[in-house]
Design a protein around this ligand. Structure first.
Ligand SMILES: [Zn+2]
Ligand SMILES: [Zn+2]
Length: 245
């Protein structure tokens, strides 16, 4: 029988090839420069509320037709990237394939939004903590990690912002994919709560936080989280996600 080649433990944890194109890589990264450079980063113009990217020329602030007339508990949401096959695949592999090492590059990509959005620039200057959208305890047990928390940690490494797990998910909810916006809002009512120590009067809530999730679709999840945070005394809530769904 042929002898098995020795496998370096770190190479097994972080395979030294690009997660998308398979080319060779230096350790500690999951994407090569070319795949990372090809990611569809969202830059101006985008909707001031939901971050939806618009092609073409728009001068000054604007709201997209979807946000017109809606009110949210967060001030604004920014996704670092538009939906693309590559970025959807990475998020899917992180969540369902347990490729936790992908969170590092996804977090680094998310950080691009800080330099392309002055409002996030201010949040960075004022050191607003990163608050991951929580998973239900049972789902987290099943998945063994929370992707929003892993992405938050990666963002924290780049920005040195603190990560505060202020929220918990108290109710398991139906999967949202086939629901309308109205049904999503209904489905999520009462799904989140503030963690005990943040609910106590002597713990001062931060004046601003950056709520972090992997994907922003209709905004109903982050809106429900923002509602709970605001109720606990957080002054301002911004939302940062890796991708616009
Ligand atoms: Zn590549
Ligand atoms: Zn919008």
């Amino acid at each position: 029988m042929a002898e098995m080649p020795a496998i370096d433990f770190l190479d097994w944890v972080y395979p030294p090839i690009c997660a998308l194109c398979g080319c060779g890589l230096s350790q500690g990264k999951a994407l090569c420069e070319s795949c990372s450079g090809d990611m569809p980063r969202i830059a101006v113009p985008f909707c001031d509320v939901c971050g939806e990217h618009f092609l073409g020329q728009i001068d000054g602030a604007f709201e997209c037709p979807n946000c017109n007339g809606l009110s949210f508990h967060f001030e604004f949401a920014r996704a670092a990237m538009d939906r693309s096959d590559g970025i959807s695949e990475l998020i899917h592999r992180l969540k369902y394939g347990r490729e936790i090492h992908l969170a590092g590059d996804l977090g680094r990509l998310a950080c691009g939004a800080f330099s392309s959005d002055r409002r996030l620039g201010v949040a960075l200057e004022e050191r607003w903590p990163l608050v991951p959208v929580p998973l239900h305890r049972l789902r987290q047990m099943d998945r063994q990690f929370n992707q929003a928390e892993e992405i938050s940690r990666a963002i924290a490494l780049e920005t040195s912002l603190p990560v505060l797990s202020m929220l918990k998910r108290v109710r398991r909810t139906e999967t949202q994919t086939r629901l309308s916006r109205r049904q999503r809002l209904e489905n999520l009512k009462g799904a989140f709560a503030i963690r005990k120590r943040w609910g106590m009067k002597k713990t001062v809530a931060p004046r601003g936080v950056i709520l972090v999730d992997d994907v922003f679709t209709t905004g109903s999840t982050v809106n429900e989280c923002a509602k709970v945070l605001r109720k606990a005394g957080v002054g301002r809530v911004a939302v940062l996600t890796v991708m616009r769904g």
